[in-house]
Design a protein around this ligand. Structure first.
Ligand code: GTP
Ligand code: SPV
Ligand code: MN
Length: 629
């Protein structure tokens, strides 16, 4: 065992258990230096200096972008890598179902603890931090000290990861102090290394061929090797707050979900909170920050990506946002689509893989009116001169901003309330070009759990594997994020609904992405489709209907798939262009027979006997109703 070279902070500030963790991983990864993070401004300066030395980071024009930075990654390290993300448990059954045909389900990627330990401690991590600094980040998911919060210690050799984690979570001294005064606190061990940088870019070392992201729910540990990007490296986010937390939630009787939380106030001043689960890059951030187009309504943001929800003593399901920042999709974000967000991106923000303008600003697809493309040169995220005529995109499709939540003008006053906010409705949704109407309401909790279980959505660039567009199953928008067997997860949701005296949220499904073919587009290869619904701020019209339904207002009629708005119940006054309501709400028998078939096939192939009977019964009932159409 060698002496650690501590260059910032002191080992003594750490609990003995944390110290032992740091020492053992430092002995494995062999960093040159160890920096124990305190979250201070002085530390921020050191991080920026380190990234400027390696040319990882570029400062944006300080007049317009106060303390804002641009980072471009290696071209192979641009999104989550689902195929290299594993859950490691003693029993296979705890992680994945065996399908009807005896194979392992694709919902969850299992590897044995022994094999993964061997791979990590013998092949990946030895010496992986040589020449670099190991940062020790004590962080809290959720307000420090809240009964709903959890603590993690992340070790990483990436200054970029530290910088983003300082935005995305609560870090440093308050967490260390909390641990000192609560020495029995369980913490999640999070080890991250960008990998041995043989022949790679100095500005963005990574090891894409050998990337592996491993979770050990039985020992509260995460190990991530080879990638510095997003959900692969900011371990508090998907790895901890969803995969590990969903397992803790199962054991402790609560829910950890891929959901935004928003507060919505009607013109009479009545306020409710809504949670919504859409797959990656399907609209959570935009809905959470929505600027309503109908007068008198207000929407405020509690969180944009993850919700931890638990019953209080009165039987209300209360949710917190465990994060402290937004790691949001840049392309498509504009003053038109998401003005509150745009305004908050001018301070303390780190942009990753967006394009750079010659006047020290940023650019991405969809931002056209904000940048005068005639007067600036644009350099694409991968360093090429870009013009609107270019055959490649200026920003990477999964480029992101990382910005503190408390800079958002519409951040909800209760967003850091340690008790959380009471959830009145849960929305599921996805990108469905056909079949699924703009909104429908489930008949009851069990039917709602079925709706979540049978969600499908178009793949997106948020995953390395999602580049080719196709509709895939994505139950609960959690397909890449389940920490345990999906069949058990569904059972857990059913159990949550059976709690005595529970004031259960109503469950809805929304789809902003239904399309129609553009008339006159005859060339099949160039078939153009157009969204039937304007989306963004106009989505408040759907929220209004949902709000009224949570008050049991008589504004719905029964359809074979759920309740839909009565004719004229959806407020359409003031829309810029008329919408084709019939097409938006059409429920076609042939499409739904196909849907039922796809769901049944999926349940059989991916969940098999682990699927709770009640959910299979819901599918049978749906089939009966559709057949009777
Ligand atoms: P993750 O951060 O990956 O979890 O994504 P997200 O679910 O927060 O999605 P986000 O709100 O960032 O939206 C992703 C993309 O969808 C962006 O390009 C948005 O501009 C676009 N989008 C969001 N809402 C709508 C909408 O209502 N209609 C349409 N047409 N596009 C939308
Ligand atoms: C997602 O993919 O759902 C994200 C971005 O929110 S990442 O942090 O990369 O997981
Ligand atoms: Mn997400």
């Amino acid at each position: 065992m060698t002496e650690l070279n501590i260059v910032y902070g002191s080992l003594e500030s750490l609990l003995p258990e944390v110290r032992a963790y740091v020492t053992s991983k430092a002995n494995l990864c062999r960093p040159d230096r160890v920096h124990i993070c305190d979250g201070s401004p002085a530390e921020f300066k050191l991080l920026i200096d380190a990234m400027e030395r390696t040319r990882t980071i570029k400062k944006l024009d300080a007049d317009r972008f106060e303390n804002c930075w641009l980072v471009d990654t290696d071209v192979r390290d641009i999104a989550r890598v689902e195929s290299k993300t594993f859950i490691c448990t003693k029993n296979v059954d705890d992680t994945v179902s065996e399908t009807k045909y005896g194979a392992l389900s694709k919902l969850g990627n299992w590897m044995s603890v022994e094999s993964m330990d061997f791979l990590l401690t013998r092949k990946r991590f030895p010496n992986s931090m040589a020449g670099r600094t190991m940062y020790v980040i004590p962080f809290s998911m959720g307000p420090v000290g809240s009964p709903l919060s959890k603590i993690g210690i992340q070790l990483t050799d990436s200054a970029y990861v530290v910088t983003c984690t300082r935005i995305m979570t609560r870090v440093g001294k308050p967490v260390l102090d909390y641990l000192q005064s609560h020495p029995d606190t369980k913490f999640i061990r999070c080890l991250h290394s960008v990998g041995r940088s043989i022949g790679m870019m100095m500005s963005w070392p990574c090891d894409p061929d050998n990337t592996v992201i491993a979770h050990f729910p039985e020992r509260n540990e995460i190990c991530s090797y080879g990638s510095g990007y997003g959900g692969n490296s900011l371990l508090g986010k998907k790895c901890f707050a969803l995969r590990i937390a969903s397992t803790l939630a199962r054991d402790e009787g609560w829910l950890a979900e891929h959901m935004l939380i928003l507060g919505i106030t009607n013109p009479e001043g009545k306020k409710k909170f809504i949670a919504a689960a859409f797959p990656s890059a399907c609209g959570k951030t935009n809905l959470a920050m929505l600027q309503p187009t109908i007068p008198g309504w207000k929407v405020e943001c509690v969180g944009d990506d993850i919700a931890w929800m638990r019953y209080d003593d009165e039987g209300n399901l209360r949710g917190i946002n465990p994060e402290a920042g937004f790691f949001g999709v840049a392309p498509g974000t504009s003053m038109k689509t998401n003005p509150y967000c745009m305004k908050s991106l001018h301070k303390d923000t780190v942009f990753t893989n967006v394009a750079y303008t010659s006047d020290g600003g940023v650019y991405w697809e969809g931002m056209d009116e904000e940048v005068d493309l005639d007067s600036v040169h644009v350099t694409s995220w991968d360093g090429r001169h870009w013009t609107p005529e270019s055959s490649f995109t200026a920003a990477h499709k999964n480029s992101r901003f990382c910005t503190p939540a408390n800079h958002l003008e519409t951040i909800d006053p209760a967003w850091e309330d340690p008790k959380g906010v009471p959830i009145a409705a849960i929305l599921f949704g996805g990108r469905r070009p056909d079949t699924v109407p703009l909104v429908f309401e489930s008949f009851d909790w069990t039917h709602g759990v079925f709706v979540g279980s049978s969600m499908r959505s178009m793949t997106t660039a948020a995953s390395l594997e999602g580049v080719v567009k196709r509709v895939q199953h994505d139950p609960f928008a959690m397909r890449p994020f389940f920490g345990y067997n999906f069949g058990h997860y569904v059972q857990h949701w059913l159990d949550v609904g059976k709690k005595p005296n529970a004031k259960l949220p109503k469950i809805f499904h929304v789809n902003w992405f239904r399309t129609e073919k553009v008339p006159g587009a005859h060339d099949h290869n160039k078939r153009k489709e157009r969204y039937l619904w304007p989306g963004f701020g106009e989505n408040c019209r759907v929220l209004e209907w949902i709000f009224r339904r949570t008050d049991e207002e008589d504004v719905a009629i029964k359809s074979p798939i759920g309740y839909i708005p009565k004719p004229d119940a959806l407020s359409l006054d003031g829309l810029h262009e008329p919408v084709k309501v019939d097409k938006l709400f059409a429920v076609h028998k042939d499409e739904w027979m196909n849907e039922v078939g796809k769901i049944r096939e999926y349940f059989d192939e991916q969940i098999g006997s682990h699927m709770p009977k009640e959910i299979v019964t819901e599918l049978d009932k749906l089939e009966e109703r559709v057949k009777a159409m």
